[in-house]
Ligand binder design. Structure first.
Ligand code: ZN
Length: 435
């Protein structure tokens, strides 16, 4: 095996050694966590004595931690160190309620940077490459995480941030950007801008590698992005509660994301019973931090739905892989008794060539009956064609959605750029059914 690694000792560790390391770090984590006000109380309430936690398999004796716990104990309830040891905090605004805060010691920032360096190096980024980081900096952890990883490897890093498409393109041209980090919906948006400017990135830009993450998206979008930009696009997974990005990442084989098991313990559980599911089955990802100093989290319910991909990756890394995130259990909507994730709609739409780069799903109640309206931007070329062609396309989209979702949506075709745009995470689902 000739796998080039940033940290070969950790990335190519044997499975046995990895599990022994996990156990050691896990026991230390439980010790450390028990010093925080939250876990001290939680362990007391649930009658857990840390003396009973002796091995990795004892993890199931420990209670889950939820987003609600982070809210209830905001701001300092999870700290295990003195405030003097902290160097950073990130706050998530929380679209559905009170904010949550995550704290980092200097060592936490360093281990985050180390994980990000592994991720990016694993995909082939090397000193001499020019990396344009096109996501928001600030309270959003995505921007800074990639920034740290890139600088640690020694990439020439352009912190261009989100938005301002023309300037992004100018920077790419002036400095020969070949590695980018971009939110998938913005990658689609930027395609329209490049098309409008008459720039073919395959001919006029030097792009080679792209990192896509921060929102669930379909394989079809990856294919479109790879095709259009002429890059290899890699899936990235993380969440601010676990530092940010750098939890799991694809290697060059693009067959699922290696979750760094020397930094996190993963469990996949049934989202209702919270019992573990068999390997390969879809469930909720639950994570325990192994190297967090300031704010360790035990059995944190991410609400993200995925599965473990069984078997070994050809790259030889023993860190098991998770599949692309299907969606958050919070995003799932129910219409006419069927459970649907927005990403399922996207998967169908993006496999149809006449469909453009933007869409949204609107749920409404009409005379007490739920209706699902899918608004779809079509490509420029289609829109100037005759009505009959548009009607055929409308029917085709409706029928393909019906066979995937088992629900018949109302499909509305709109011209390019008719739907609202965003430079950040995009809102694909608007639920107007008030109960
Ligand atoms: Zn691999």
């Amino acid at each position: 095996m000739n796998t080039e690694c940033w940290n070969p000792e950790r990335e190519l560790i044997t499975r046995d050694k990895l599990e022994a390391l996990q156990e050691k770090l896990f026991l230390e984590t439980v010790q450390r966590a028990s010093r925080s006000p939250f876990y001290r109380k939680k362990f007391e309430e649930t009658g857990i004595s840390i003396k009973d936690i002796k091995s990795l398999s004892d993890i199931t004796k420990l209670p889950f931690t939820t987003k609600q716990d982070l809210r209830d104990w905001y701001p300092y309830g999870f700290l295990t160190v003195e405030k003097e040891k902290l160097v950073r905090l990130h706050v998530s605004s929380g679209t559905t309620g009170q904010a949550t805060a995550v704290f980092y010691t200097r060592k936490d920032i360093e281990s985050w940077a180390e994980l990000m360096a592994r991720c990016m190096y694993m995909t082939g980024a090397r000193p001499g490459d020019v990396f344009q980081n096109m996501t928001g900096y600030g309270l959003f952890t995505g921007g800074l995480g990639f920034h740290y990883g890139a600088e640690k490897i020694g990439l020439l890093t352009i912190p261009s941030g989100a938005g301002n498409s023309k300037r992004q393109i100018q920077l790419m041209r002036d400095f020969g950007t070949n590695v980018i980090h971009i939110i998938p919906s913005y990658a689609l948006r930027l395609m329209d801008v490049l098309n409008e400017m008459g720039i073919n990135p395959r001919e006029s830009l030097d792009l080679r590698i792209g990192y896509l993450g921060a929102e669930p998206y379909s394989e079809e979008v990856r294919q479109r992005v790879q095709e259009f930009y002429g890059i290899k696009a890699f899936n990235s997974y993380g969440l601010s509660e676990m530092n940010g990005p750098g939890v799991a990442f694809e290697c060059t084989y693009q067959q699922g994301m290696h979750l760094w098991e020397d930094a996190y313990i993963m469990e996949i559980v049934d989202q209702h019973t919270l019992e573990p599911v068999p390997e390969g089955t879809l469930g909720e990802l639950v994570l325990t931090t192994l190297s967090r100093e300031g704010m360790p989290l035990i059995r944190y319910r991410t609400k993200d739905l995925t599965r473990i991909i069984p078997g070994q990756c050809p790259c030889g890394r023993p860190h098991r892989r998770i599949d692309r995130i299907q969606g958050r259990s919070d995003d799932m909507f129910i219409i006419k008794g069927v459970n649907i994730f927005p990403v399922q709609v996207e998967q169908v739409l993006m496999s149809i060539p006449e469909v453009g780069t933007n869409y949204r799903i609107i749920l409404k109640k009409e005379r007490e009956i739920d209706q699902m309206i899918v608004q779809v931007e079509v490509t420029d070329k289609v829109f100037v064609e005759d009505m009959r062609h548009l009607q055929r396309l409308q029917k085709k989209i409706a029928s393909e959605l019906r066979s995937e979702l088992l629900v018949t949506p109302i499909v509305e075709l709109v011209e390019p750029n008719a739907l609202p745009r965003s430079n950040g995470k995009v809102q694909r689902l608007i639920d107007m059914r008030c109960n």
